[in-house]
Each structure stands twice: as C-alpha cells, then as structure tokens.
Design a protein around this ligand. Structure first.
Ligand SMILES: Nc1ncnc2c1ncn2[C@@H]1O[C@H](COP(=O)(O)OP(=O)(O)OP(=O)(O)O)[C@@H](O)[C@H]1O
Ligand SMILES: Nc1nc2c(c(=O)[nH]1)N=C(CO)CN2
Length: 187
C-alpha cells in the first residue's frame, strides 16, 4: 500500500529549536569610523560567541571606496563572514543589530559614517521581505565590497534570484576594492 503524501508543508523556521536546519549565511561587515580593523575583529568575535552560530570562514580585509555615502565619507574596511547557524533569520538580524549597537553605532541618517555595519546578505535560500528584513540583501548583488570578499572564501557563492557571485562580479566595477594584506581578522 502506498502512503498518501503529507498534506502539510512545514516552514522549518516555525519548528522548535532542535528541529531547525543548519543554514549557511553570508554576512558583510564594514566600518569607516575610528578603529576600523578593531571593530571588524570585534564583530567576528561577537558572532563566534553567539549561541547557534559557528563562524566557518572569514575573508581578507579590503579597503573600499564608500558606495552611496555622502560626499566626503571616509573609506571603509570591509570583510565577509560565512557562518553556519540554526537561528531564525529574525533572531540573526537581532543579533547583528545588537553587535552594531555594542560598537556604539549611531543610527543617525542613512549613509552616515558608521563604526560598524553588519548586513545579512543571504541565509541559505531563504527569502524574506518584511519591515525589518529583506533577504537576499537587496543591494548586495551590485556591491563590489560584498562580492569580492565573498568570492574569495566561497567560489560557488550564489545570490538567489541574481546568480553566482563570480558572474555578478564580471559585470561590475571593482576598482574601488583593494585587499589590505597588512590587516587580518582572526578567530
Ligand atoms: N538583509 C538585511 N541585513 C541587515 N539589515 C537589514 C536587512 N534587511 C533589512 N534590514 C534593515 O535595515 C536596517 C539597517 O539599515 P542601515 O541603516 O544599517 O542600512 P545601511 O546598512 O546603511 O544600508 P544598506 O541596507 O544599503 O546596507 C535594519 O534596522 C534592518 O531592520
Ligand atoms: N564601501 C562601502 N560602502 C558602503 C558600505 C560599506 O560597508 N562599504 N555600507 C553601506 C551601507 O551598508 C553603504 N556604503
């Protein structure tokens, strides 16, 4: 006798703790104010200290020209971090915002200089589109400061709905993104 297929489709994120799947997420971290390298290091350490998060890889640090920031904004240091996590996407966002707050980020105006910015680029193939969270990050596919470090640590990287990181990179100008051989983030 063949069993009828289950009529129920469960969203894994609504299940209780132990049943949530492990997803790989890609985070972009950036700073253009104060001790930029120290803030990036602090962000990675805080991520590693987060329950249900394991840091899998950290890119090199890149000096990057500000994109979409006010005239006269200072250069950023950027890096990309790959994590494995069982957190829900909104809990991960809360954690990212808490880490920004811990580094005294002021939420003054869009594009204002920031001591630390933590953006969630993708979480597996999750799609989100609500007031607090958009996944994949809506501007990541056109940002060299995200795609260059991401490709370095994840050559197969892909943004659902946009394509492979390697292909996206061939269509954008990355001249403002320069590896800083003298700066390293460690676990
Ligand atoms: N994928 C995401 N990652 C991080 N924050 C997100 C994401 N999607 C939506 N947000 C929302 O964006 C807000 C943060 O905006 P913020 O001022 O940091 O933007 P920004 O980093 O300056 O610009 P951009 O979004 O272009 O990187 C957060 O409060 C959060 O609710
Ligand atoms: N180079 C660079 N430019 C930016 C960055 C950033 O991290 N690096 N973050 C922004 C808002 O998230 C806006 N512009």
């Amino acid at each position: 006798m063949t069993e009828a297929p289950t009529p129920y489709e469960l969203d894994a994120d609504t299940m209780t703790g132990g049943m949530r799947p492990i997803r790989q997420a890609v985070l972009s971290i950036g700073s253009n104010l104060g001790d930029r390298a120290g803030r990036l290091q602090g962000a990675v350490s805080a991520l590693e200290d987060t329950p249900e998060v394991t840091v899998v890889a950290i890119s090199s640090v890149y000096e990057t020209e500000p994109v979409g920031a006010p005239e006269g904004s200072g250069a950023f240091l950027n890096a990309v971090v790959l994590i494995d996590t069982t957190l829900t996407v909104h809990t991960l966002l809360d954690r990212a915002l808490a880490i920004e707050d811990a580094f005294e980020r002021e939420r003054s105006e869009p594009g204002a200089p920031r001591t630390l910015d933590v953006d969630i680029i993708v979480v597996g193939d999750r799609i989100a589109n609500d007031d607090s969270l958009v996944l994949p990050h809506p501007r990541a596919h056109e940002r060299g400061f995200v795609l260059v470090p991401w490709l370095e640590i994840d050559p197969e990287g892909e943004i659902p709905g946009h394509g492979f990181v390697a292909d996206l990179l061939s269509g954008i100008d990355t001249s403002g993104v320069t590896k800083r051989e003298d700066v390293e983030i460690i676990l």
